[in-house]
Design a protein around this ligand. Sequence first.
Ligand code: G
Ligand code: G
Ligand code: MN
Ligand code: NA
Length: 254
Amino acid sequence: ARLEADLRQGLQDKDLLLHFQPQVNSAGRIIGAEALMRWQHPERGIVFPAEFVPLAEETGLILPLGRWALQAACAQLVAWARHPDTARLVMAVNVSARQFHHPDFVEEVLTVLRYTGADPKKLKLELTEGMLVEDMEGTVAKMVELKEIGIGLSLDDFGTGYSSLSYLKSLPLDQLKIDQSFIRDVLIDPNDAAIACAIVSLSHILGLSVMAEGVETEAQRSFLVSHGCQAFQGYLFSRPLAPEQFRQYVHERV
Ligand code: G
Ligand code: G
Ligand code: MN
Ligand code: NA
């Protein structure tokens, strides 16, 4: 209850911030970033989403929180658009189930885009498998609307949820994100390697792009490249960075 009250207050006091983790292609070029929420707690310092997102989901606070994150990410996109180093980058934003299923979600996204002036083609939403299985028809319709606006759709934590291949075929996705649990031991555990490679193949068959997350070593990266993976995110490249650090990171690598 204390945490919930604090979080409510934090949202009001603008104690939330976004960090940005670089995403790179197989040539090593930075192609975008994932926006990750942080909470600058007045006493506890930086609090990570694992400590407050589940609570926010439970209490419904994830709705204003998610709206804030989307708005802050779009504002950052507009700032990036003003600099040649960052103008082409795509911003990936996590969306929670409750947020996605809210009847006004698409309208809210449109409002944020209009208000910030962000380019929808530079925005990608990360959805998770669990949230897409209920109300298949409504889900597909909503995804189609988002795609018509020009927004990209990525399936986060892929392989850990309830994906049946038949429903995957009918979802209008752009990208699969291989969950980091398969990447961690991809060079040690033949099962993880088989799953990671199967997800890469599956993405190609379905005409989707694929991104590996949690890439920590060059050996993991080159293994994945040799098996056709095109995009990467993980500590090998960088931890999530504050906005100014991120700008510097990109500047040093263009
Ligand atoms: O930031 P970390 O690096 O600890 O992220 C952990 C998880 O928290 C992410 O995988 C994601 O599921 C969740 N998360 C982070 N930022 C957001 C956000 O803006 N919205 C939602 N819904 N979840 C987020
Ligand atoms: O949305 P999602 O739950 O996938 O968010 C990604 C999470 O993974 C964040 O908590 C982020 O800090 C974390 N992360 C990103 N790169 C790495 C990595 O290379 N290794 C590990 N262990 N975690 C990572
Ligand atoms: Mn994510
Ligand atoms: Na993930």
